[in-house]
Every structure is written in C-alpha cells, then in structure tokens.
Design a protein around this ligand. Structure first.
Ligand code: AMP
Ligand code: ZN
Length: 443
C-alpha cells in the first residue's frame, strides 16, 4: 500500500516534472536567454537567465577562504583562481540551465570596475566564447548590476535611491534608469567592508573559534552581539562635512589606536586575542552603521527637497556584502521609517557578487536595446576607476557641498550633527544631548 502510494506519488512528481520541464522548455524557446559572467574581484560566477528574470542555472566559486588565509586579496592569486575555475563555472551554469550555447541571445560580462587581473580573465573568456558561438556581447558595470539586482526580485520603478556598501565600494546614488545614475556621494578613502576586514585582521579574529572561516565583516557582526559598544567611543567620521560622501579610514585609525592601547594595558603582543574583542567589534560596527545611516539620511532629505523621488512608494535599495549586516539594516530601517521611504534589501546571496546579477543587468539591457555589441574588437576592461567614476560620469553629478546646502537634513547643534536615529526613539531620561544620541542608536 505504502509502496503503491510512494510510486503513485513518484509518478505525480515525474508528471509534474515533465510539465514543468515542458513549460521551462517553451519558456526557453520563447524568451531570450542571457549568460552572465562575473570575475571582478574574488568570486567566479556565471548564470543563465531568461528574459523574465528566471534563473535557469547558476554556479559560483568563492575565493574567500584562500584570501582569508593570506590576510587579504593578492591579485595574482585571484587571477590564477579565476583562470582555474571560469571554464568549469560557466559549464556548470549552462548544464544546470539545460540551455545550449546556440540558444543564448547574448553574453553579459563585468568589465568594470574591479581588479584588473580578475576582470581580464572574465573578459578574455567571454570574448572567446562570443566569437566562437557568434553571440552579441553586453559589457556590464559591476556597480550598476548591484544597484539593479533588486528589480529581478520585485518590481521597483525608477527613480529610487540606492546605497551600495561592500568590500570595495561605498556609494549613494539615485537610480533613474538602467544606465542613468545620479551619484550623490561615495567613499573618499576605503569601503566599509574593507574597514571591517582590516579591523578583524588587526584583532586576529581568525584565531577566534567563532570566526575562523568567515569574512571580517561577518566576524565583527557576530562578536558585536555579545559586546558593549559603549566601552569604546569612536568619533563618527565627517561630522562637519555637509555632503553625502563617506570616509572610513580615520575611523579605522581610531580603532587601531584603541587596540594598541588595550594591548599595552593587557601586556600582550600584537596578534593575541584581546579579552575585549566583543566590545571593540560592537563599537566599530556601531560607528560604521551610524556613519552610513547619517549619510543616507542626508541623501534622502536631499532627494526629497529636490523632488527627486516619486511621492508614491519612494524607495531605498541597499546592496553589497555589508548590506547583509543585520545591525546596519536595523538602523537603516529606522532612517527609512522616519523619512517615509520603503527599505528594500535583496537577500544576502544576491547582495554579494555573483553571476546572476550580471545576467539580470544583461537582461535589462537586452530589453531596452542598450549597450549590446556585435563587434568586440574595441572592448576592454577598466579596473578600479578614479573614485568619482565608480558610476559612469554620463549624466552623473555629485551632490556635493554646493548642491546639498549646509542647513539641509540633519540639524546642527553645537557644531555636531544629530544622530539621525535619535529622531526615531524617545530621548532617554539621562545625560546630555550627546548621550541621548548614543543611547538612541543603541540596539
Ligand atoms: P562584496 O565586496 O560585496 O563581495 O562583500 C564582501 C564584503 O562584505 C567584505 O568586506 C565583508 O567583510 C563584508 N561583509 C560580509 N558580510 C558582512 C556582515 N554580515 N557585516 C558586515 N560586513 C560584511
Ligand atoms: Zn560587488
């Protein structure tokens, strides 16, 4: 009886699978298909997607474990690993999709920005592939792809505000179209993920039992849960800069100096796990989060004052590896709740680098007929550009000091910007205004 049920069930599954595969087959035949390839940094990714955004097959190889051991990305090592894996990763994505090379409508590949040696592997592979199979090529801007991934998951109409925070980038932009971004601000030195990775390395968190196999940013988030951030007070960056740019290098310097001081106090060598790692992690995470929140708040108020966001469903999209941090998401949610915006964060797997986001950007371009090349002789990769060109300078301006007046957004009291999150919580009954701010951001 049971066996019969099981086989009947199996039969149903097989039947369903057949129908599904028939549907998928029809879909494949009727919809244009894009192969996306990503190699800009330390992930080798590929995905095949149909025109509706359905992922038909994907594959990803992460180099993170290798780079974790060497204490950072060594470009020649990244290049070697991309070279070793790209053929397999593309083949896996193609096989999983059940799509043949001849069925593809185009190949989309990241060509900028990123590490030159890494970009080169993806581009060389792609150019050979399109030449061999006679396919159009769509060069992809990695940051645009991050910004637009959310539209693969749900309908988000232009314009919307986007915050990209990762290991290599930190920027705020108004997305007005698939190739039209108004850059509002970006990092003047390093990216927040990079800062947290460096702090984690300086703290030797790789020796911590909870953190040996994870990125610096993840380690900081995990340890921060058991830490008291008030034990270390780091001055928030750029308090007197009334624009939407970011800076994290000075903050990292403050953290490093505190670590040095603690090592001296505890009489231990650099490389020893300090007893207060949780507190340092909590204070670092908090300082990074509140800096990101303040600049985002300013960008929102700027967009509102200039009528740049739609009155219906104004949206903030947050992406990049650092966007998977729950504490940062929570603080950004307070900012968006306070300002009446919707906060959208793609799931973590779509926040980090992958082939899917590149395929999706290819689909968006294919649909609009933008940037599709049939001749690839002139195509080249463009590694890390000058920072103000993290997004293309076509139609890009910076909402700098002259465009974001000083009295905009965050109020100024005693020369200090109010912590935006304090707006959303009742002031605690103790201390000075400064303490209110600190407690307002707690938790
Ligand atoms: P990406 O550059 O987008 O590939 O993302 C990698 C960066 O995100 C690295 O610098 C990580 O340390 C950082 N990151 C990943 N997960 C988290 C997290 N939960 N909190 C903070 N940073 C994170
Ligand atoms: Zn990225």
């Amino acid at each position: 009886m049971f066996a019969f049920k099981a086989s009947a069930q199996q039969g149903t599954h097989m039947f369903r699978a057949k129908i599904l595969s028939k549907c998928a087959f029809r879909r494949k035949m009727s919809s244009r298909l894009v192969l996306g390839i990503e190699t800009s940094c330390d992930e080798t990714g590929a995905a095949v997607m149909d025109e509706t955004g359905l992922i038909l097959g994907e594959s990803l190889h992460s180099q993170k474990e290798v780079h974790l051991k060497t204490g950072g990305i060594i470009p020649t090592v990244a290049q070697r690993l991309h070279r070793e894996n790209i053929g397999r990763i593309v083949q896996e994505a193609m096989e999983r999709s059940g799509v043949t090379q001849s069925q593809l409508s185009a190949v989309a590949t990241t060509v900028k920005p990123g590490l030159a040696l890494s970009l080169g592997i993806g581009l060389d592979f792609s150019l050979n592939f399109v030449k061999l199979h006679q396919k159009p090529f769509i060069p992809i801007h990695h940051m645009e792809a991050h910004a637009l991934t959310v539209r693969m998951l749900q309908p988000v109409v232009f314009p919307f505000l986007v915050l990209l925070v990762s290991g290599g980038h930190s920027l705020l932009a108004l997305a007005r179209g698939i190739d039209d971004f108004l850059l509002l601000g970006q990092t003047l030195d390093e990216a927040p993920g990079d800062t947290m990775d460096k702090v984690a390395r300086r703290l030797s968190l790789i020796k911590h039992p909870k953190c040996s196999m994870i990125s610096g940013g993840q380690a900081i988030e995990i340890l921060a849960r058991d830490g008291n951030r008030l034990k270390f007070l780091f001055k928030p960056p750029m308090g007197a800069h009334y624009d939407c740019n970011f800076s994290f290098a000075g903050l990292r310097n403050q953290v490093t100096m505190s670590i040095q001081k603690k090592e001296e106090e505890e009489g231990v060598e650099q490389g020893t796990l300090l007893s207060c790692v949780n507190d340092i992690a909590a204070a670092t995470q908090h300082a990074v989060a509140s800096h990101i929140a303040k600049r985002t708040h300013r960008a929102i108020l700027f967009c509102k004052a200039k009528d740049l966001l739609p009155s219906c469903n104004p949206t903030l999209v947050v992406s990049g590896g650092v966007a998977s941090n729950q504490y940062i998401r929570k603080i950004l949610k307070i900012v968006t709740d306070t300002t009446g915006l919707h906060l959208l964060c793609p799931p973590s797997k779509f926040c980090t680098d992958n082939g899917v986001m590149i395929a999706w950007n290819g689909v968006e371009r294919l649909r609009e007929g933008k940037g599709i090349l049939s001749h690839t002789e002139e195509v080249n990769y463009e590694p890390k550009q000058r920072t103000h060109e993290d997004l293309p300078d076509r139609q890009v301006r910076q909402a700098q000091r002259d465009e974001v007046p000083e009295d905009f957004g965050v109020e100024v009291e005693g020369g200090q910007l109010h912590d935006v999150v304090a707006l959303a919580v009742p002031p605690p009954p103790v201390g000075s205004r400064g303490q209110h701010v600190v407690q307002g951001l707690h938790g």
